[in-house]
Ligand binder design. Sequence first.
Ligand code: BES
Ligand code: ZN
Length: 458
Amino acid sequence: MPLANDLASYLADSRKRSLDELFEFLRIPSVSARSEHNADTVRTAEWFAASLRSVGLTATIHSTMGHPIVVGEWRGAPGAQTVLVYGHYDVQPAEPLDLWDSPPFEPTVRDGKLFARGSVDDKGQLFLHVKALQAHLATRKKLPVNVIVLAEGEEEVGSEHLAEFIQANQTLLACDAVVISDSSMFAPGLPSILSSLRGLAYFQIDVVGPSVDLHSGSYGGAVMNPAMALARILATMHDADGHIAITGFYDDVRDWGVAAREAIGKLPFDDNDFRAETGSPSLFGEKGYSTLERVWMRPTCEVNGLLSGYTGEGAKTVLPSKAMAKVSCRLVPDQRPDEIERLMRAHVERVAPPGVTVTVRPLHGGHPWRADLDGPLFDAARRALATAFGRDPVIVGEGGSIPVVDDFQRILKAPVLLMGFGLPGENAHAPNEWMAVENFHRGAEAVAALWDEVARER
Ligand code: BES
Ligand code: ZN
């Protein structure tokens, strides 16, 4: 079924203006991880609330101990379903700046790609929902469903205050379905619905030895070197086949089942294309699983950052007094971040060599999630995506995390639909992040169609 004429022509006619407005949204550097940007995250929340109001929703800004939460509402369809749209207006830090081909907060279109920090993750994908709502409200003066829009500014730093906000505002947020666009399509032109997300348990490991850096000639060989100690600790985390060697790590991993693995095997995926996308000389990972299986249905334990000793130009003969690693584990159902923390601490304690003090500090975490893709919401989504992209969607897994998804399902007891409009290679979190301009517009069409389809399911 094609998109309803009124919505289609409204969206087609307003493409230029929509993009201009998105540019404004992207220009505000709402980097949640950096306190020097706190005024910017507030400004972004205000900008987004104003944009919701301008299309006909009411909007309120709720301050938290961290960055503000924006709630928009339109409740003019008594008796109809209520849907909650979630997205995040915060972005990852843009550094290293010299690797960007155009400034991260000055949106630029090249080859149909909109380059800017947050273009795809997640401002572009959040804003296309506003445009879909506007298409309905401008052409028909109403929506076929009641709508709540919930936008947070802390997703990129672990959504620390969102779960308690949802818990405390269950009446305000009560809904029949949650819809999120903060993920990618499997391939260009191939719309996708997510069936799973991995969770996260993120740690900082600090190793401290001597009280100051020491001359490596006068003291080398006499004390334990914290950098070597850390290297030894990290080297115990996997065996040679890429299995994680932390005792008990796999105990709660749910079996994915033959059908799910077969479905993954049928997707159009080429290891070498994927390898080329990464720029790595070859792919590597846990033995016994295909690449997609490793990314979607197996947990990981990875070093995200390392710091120790002298790293400047030339040589300096020094024995570092301390070493630090950022280590994160991606989790799959039914692993829990708190249990993984317990296992990680026990493991590090067991393998830490004598002569240094080692501490493991949890930074943040999130639960993994798997969808039950039956039910009217998903049927509506299949039709809406086919309408906008001219092709039936595929069901895909995802290796990344959106911590709040499990909270929505658990607290609001509503099914969660993840339909994202990013693309492979979009450089999320990296320099030169982009979103395909066409997908921004198609995404708005798909979401506009979705609300009609959801209403039809009733
Ligand atoms: N949009 C991503 C989630 C995602 C990642 C979807 C990869 C599809 C592919 C989200 O903004 C994100 O980056 N999440 C963080 C969560 C973490 C900070 C708790 C992540 O996955 O690292
Ligand atoms: Zn992100």
